[in-house]
Design a protein. Structure first.
Length: 152
């Protein structure tokens, strides 16, 4: 069986609320039978991996460097790219869609790459970008992503 993954993107230095939101998104993804793919480092990336991992889900970290030890401890699969921020494209193309939580310019670039590639992006407390679907709660974000990516 092939694992279906949700790209979770967001702040490397999130607020405590954004961190907890990302943990809850990871948990919701795992409960829905999905894994998560992130940039593999800290902040929202770590939180989403933590939540998914705690629920028994698969977590993939596509890291910017070449040393797998850079990945957060909740990554079950680590892909060292040596690509720096260019790995952001890989992160959003790997998932069935993306959930964006908070974030700065790196998150904005990921949102842009995902939308340009025709991916669904659901946002919680993040950039206001045309085409981004808003959600208030983590469970709602995952449910909307599943609904919008399951249509024929």
């Amino acid at each position: 069986m092939v694992a279906r993954l949700v790209s979770v993107i967001g702040a490397g230095s999130p607020t405590p609320g954004q961190y907890e939101t990302a943990v809850a998104v990871g948990r919701a993804a795992a409960r829905a039978g999905l894994g998560v793919v992130t940039g593999g480092l800290g902040g929202v990336m770590e939180a989403a991996c933590r939540g998914c991992s705690e629920e028994g889900g698969t977590t993939v970290g596509i890291i910017p460097g070449t040393d797998p030890a850079q990945a957060n401890p909740y990554c079950t699969i680590v892909i060292p790219t040596g690509m720096g921020q260019a790995r952001n494209v890989l992160v959003v193309l790997t998932g069935i869609g993306a959930v964006a939580i908070g974030g700065g310019p790196g998150t904005l670039s990921e949102i842009g790459h995902a939308l340009k590639a025709g991916k669904v992006v659901v946002g919680i407390d993040t950039w206001d970008v045309k085409g981004l679907v808003r959600a208030q709660e983590p469970e709602e974000a995952v449910a909307r992503l599943i609904e919008l990516t399951s249509r024929p």
